[in-house]
Design a protein around this ligand. Structure first.
Ligand code: ATP
Ligand code: MG
Length: 140
């Protein structure tokens, strides 16, 4: 397996809980190399663009309000099998179903305020990385 890149967001709920440092440490302890990192706030419109695949879902309005409600931390990560391994480290969308030792088990409040986003495939990883980072911002 060759190196793979993925994209993650530490969501506003986790930033407010001061979980940022712990989550970044978990990335590094689990073999992810940080290629880029920044904290920012996104607008409602940007959240709608980013989560456009969910536009028809009943939770879309609430989700995009949430994602634009405060600072987020976005990262580009690299490791072998990064996309699937990050999803495993994150845990299930609903923390009630998340395994022990996962980030959502530790930090998520509920199925919506669930601490972290991770790309779910190669195409989404490419789109999401390019949405938030220019090529020159990624470590070599
Ligand atoms: P993410 O895409 O953020 O990594 P995910 O892939 O585990 O999470 P998705 O099904 O893609 O889950 O949903 C995107 C996000 O929408 C979830 O992480 C959560 O914040 C919110 N969400 C999902 N399902 C619900 C729901 N039933 N009610 C409220 N919010 C939801
Ligand atoms: Mg998803």
């Amino acid at each position: 397996m060759t190196l793979q890149r993925t994209f993650t967001i530490i969501k506003p709920d986790a930033v407010k809980k001061n979980a940022t440092g712990d989550i970044i440490k978990q990335f590094q302890d689990n073999g992810f190399r940080i290629l880029a990192i920044k904290m920012l706030e996104i607008s409602k419109h940007q959240a709608e663009q980013f989560y456009a695949v969910h536009a028809s879902r009943p939770f879309f309005n609430s989700l995009t309000d949430f994602m634009s409600s405060g600072p987020i931390v976005v990262l580009a990560l690299e490791k072998e099998n990064a996309i699937a391994d990050l999803r495993k480290l994150m845990g299930a969308t609903n923390p009630a179903n998340a395994e022990e030792g996962t980030i959502r088990k530790k930090w998520a409040t509920n199925i919506e305020f669930n601490a972290i986003h991770g790309s779910d495939g190669e195409d989404t990883a490419r789109f999401e990385l390019s949405y938030f980072f220019a090529g020159y911002e990624l470590a070599k």
